[in-house]
Design a protein around this ligand. Structure first.
Ligand code: KIV
Ligand code: ZN
Length: 517
C-alpha cells in the first residue's frame, strides 16, 4: 500500500479521537470540564492527531470545556462539532479559535432514510446545505472536515457527488460514517475504494472513517477502510460511544503496529500510554472495561492454560503476539510495597503518565505509605486511585468523619454515620436492608439530598485478598448526573466514600452550572 498517484494514500494513518464527543455523549460516560481537560492532556500525550473536544452548541458547559481544551492542548488539532448551519459553525469556531491547530467538523445526513424522515428534504437541497456549511466554516479556518452522516446507507453515487462538491467548497477531510453500525468489512472496503475511484478531486482531501459497533464490526470495518485508502480513523478509548460504541483506538493502533507486515501505514500513537489512558477513562466514567477486551482488558495478557504457560516459558513468541509492556501494562507493578521509597514511587507515577508537582507528590506519597501498611503489594491501579483521590479531588462540601456498621446473618444491619457538612458535624443512626443501604439512608437524611441513586457497582481493583474495593456510584438530580468513586480495603467504607464523593460532585456540577449561567 505505497503512496501512488492513483490510490492517493500516504504512509500515515491519522487518529481522530472522539472520546470526548461521541464517547462522552453515550449514557454513563458523562465527564465534567476538569475531567475532560485531564483526558485531553492524556490524549495529547498518547499521540493522537486530532481531539474532537465536544459539540459546542449543545450546551454552555460543552462550549466551555471545548474552549478550555483548545486553550490547553498544543501538540494536536482540536476539533469542534457543528451541524451544517451557520449558528452551529460559528459557535464551534468561537470555542476552538484559540487552539494552536483548530478544526471545524461539520456534518449532515446523506441517506435517503434520513432525508425522508428526519430532514424532509431532497438530495439536491441537502447538497446545497452541505456546500454552504463548508463555505461558512472555511471563512473561519482552512481546516474543515465534512461528514456524510449515515453514509453507509446512502446511495454511493450521491455520496461521491456530495464529497466532490464539499471538497470543491474547501473541505480538506471527508468523513464516511457508519453511523448505525450497519456495514461489513468487505462492503465498506469497496465503498472506500469506490470513493477513491469516483470522486474526481479526492486527491485534495483525506478520507476518514467513523464506525459504530452495533454488529461488533467497528474495528474490522475501519481496518478494511484503511486497506482501501482511508487515512484518518475516528475512534475512542475503550471503544466507548453511542449505543454499542465506536471503533476502539487501542485496537486500531495495535493492529497496525503488530501487523506491520500487512500495513506499511502507521499512526503516531505512543503505544506504552494506551493502558494508562484506558484506565483514566474508566476511572473517570466509572464504566469498567470487560475483562476479555482486546489490548486493555484485565485478561488480555493473562495465560491460564497449562499448554500456553509451558510454551510461554520456553519462548514468549509461542503465544504472545504483543508484549504487555508495549501497551503500558507494567510487569514490574508488583515491586512497590511498604519498603519502597519516594524515588521508586515517583518513577512509577511518571511511568503511568502523570506529572505531579512536589506538593502533590508529597500528598500522594503519604497516602501510599498509609496504604502499604495495610496492603502488601501496591499495584498501578492502587496508585491511580490514590492520585484520583488526593490530587484530582473536587471541593468537599461533605466529609466522612466516622462510620460504624453492625451486620451479619442474625443482625439487622445498623449504621452510625458522622458527617461534616460545610464544617459542621452531624451524626445519625439507622437501619437498612443491608449495611450499604443503612449507610446511604443515613447520609441521605443528613444531607437532605433529592438525588436519585442510578447505579452502584463494586469492583476489586487488584487480585489479592487484601485488594482495594473500588465502588462507583451514579447519582442524578434534575437532569444533572454525577459519578462518585471510593476505594478502600474495606468495601463498606469504599461504598460510603463513593456516595459522599458523588454528592460532592453533584454539588460541584450544580455550582458550575450556575456559574456558566
Ligand atoms: O456517527 C456519526 O455519524 C457521527 C457523526 C457526527 C460523524 O457521530
Ligand atoms: Zn458517531
Amino acid at each position: 500500500m505505497k503512496k501512488t498517484k492513483e490510490n492517493n494514500v500516504s504512509e500515515r494513518v491519522y487518529i481522530f479521537d472522539t472520546t470526548l464527543r461521541d464517547g462522552e455523549q453515550a449514557p454513563g460516560n458523562t465527564m465534567n470540564t476538569q475531567e475532560k481537560l485531564r483526558v485531553a492532556k492524556q490524549l495529547e500525550a498518547l499521540g493522537v492527531d486530532i481531539i474532537e473536544a465536544g459539540f459546542p452548541i449543545a450546551s454552555d458547559g460543552d462550549f466551555d470545556a471545548v474552549r478550555q481544551i483548545a486553550q490547553t492542548v498544543k501538540n494536536c488539532e482540536v476539533a469542534g462539532l457543528a451541524r451544517a448551519n451557520d449558528a452551529d459553525i460559528d459557535r464551534a469556531w468561537e470555542a476552538i479559535k484559540v487552539a494552536a491547530q483548530p478544526r471545524i467538523h461539520t456534518f449532515i445526513s446523506t441517506s435517503d432514510i434520513h432525508l425522508k424522515y428526519q430532514f424532509k428534504k431532497t438530495r439536491d437541497e441537502i447538497l446545497k446545505i452541505a456546500v454552504q456549511a463548508v463555505k461558512r466554516a472555511k471563512k473561519h479556518t482552512r481546516n474543515v472536515e465534512f461528514s456524510a452522516m449515515d453514509a453507509t446507507r446512502s446511495d454511493w453515487d450521491y455520496l461521491c457527488r456530495m464529497f466532490a462538491e464539499v471538497i470543491d467548497a474547501g473541505a480538506v477531510t471527508i468523513n464516511v460514517p457508519d453511523t448505525v453500525g450497519y456495514t461489513i468489512p468487505e462492503e465498506f472496503g469497496k465503498l472506500i475504494r469506490y470513493i477513491v475511484e469516483n470522486v474526481p478531486n479526492i486527491g485534495k482531501a483525506i478520507i476518514s472513517v467513523h464506525c459504530h459497533n452495533d454488529l461488533g464490526l467497528a474495528v474490522s470495518n475501519s481496518i478494511a477502510a484503511i486497506q482501501n485508502g482511508a487515512r484518518q480513523v475516528e475512534c475512542t478509548i475503550n471503544g466507548i460511544g453511542e449505543r454499542a460504541g465506536n471503533a476502539a483506538l487501542e485496537e486500531i493502533a495495535m493492529i497496525l503496529r503488530t501487523r506491520k507486515d500487512i500495513f506499511p501505514a502507521d499512526t503516531r500513537i505512543i503505544s506504552e500510554k494506551i493502558y494508562p489512558t484506558s484506565r483514566l477513562i474508566s476511572s473517570i466514567t466509572g464504566v469498567g472495561v470487560q475483562p476479555n477486551k482486546a489490548i486493555v482488558g484485565a485478561n488480555a495478557f493473562a495465560h491460564e492454560s497449562g499448554i500456553h504457560q509451558d510454551g510461554l516459558l520456553k519462548a514468549k513468541l509461542t503465544y504472545e503476539i504483543m508484549k504487555p509492556e508495549s501497551v503500558g501494562i507494567s510487569k514490574s507493578s508488583l515491586v512497590l510495597g511498604k519498603h519502597s521509597g519516594r524515588h521508586a514511587f515517583r518513577d512509577r507515577i511518571e511511568g503511568l503518565g502523570y506529572t505531579l508537582e512536589e506538593k502533590e507528590l508529597n500528598l500522594a506519597f503519604k497516602r501510599f505509605k498509609a496504604l502499604s501498611d495495610i496492603k502488601k503489594y501496591i499495584y498501578d491501579e492502587d496508585i491511580e486511585m490514590i492520585i484520583m483521590d488526593e490530587i484530582y479531588k473536587i471541593p468537599e462540601k461533605y466529609k466522612l468523619v466516622y462510620l460504624n456498621v453492625n451486620c451479619g446473618n442474625v443482625t439487622i444491619p445498623t449504621a452510625t454515620v458522622k458527617l461534616e457538612v460545610d464544617g459542621t458535624v452531624y451524626q445519625d443512626v439507622g437501619f437498612g436492608d443491608g449495611p450499604v443501604d443503612a449507610i446511604y439512608k443515613i447520609i441521605k437524611k443528613i444531607v437532605k439530598t433529592n438525588s436519585k441513586l442510578e447505579k452502584f457497582s463494586i469492583n476489586s481493583i487488584t487480585q489479592d485478598m487484601d485488594a482495594q474495593g473500588e465502588v462507583f456510584v451514579k447519582l442524578s438530580e434534575k437532569g444533572l448526573v454525577a459519578i462518585g468513586k471510593g476505594a478502600d480495603t474495606d468495601i463498606i467504607v469504599a461504598s460510603a466514600k463513593a456516595y459522599i464523593n458523588a454528592l460532592n460532585r453533584l454539588e460541584y456540577v450544580k455550582k458550575k452550572k450556575l456559574e456558566v449561567k
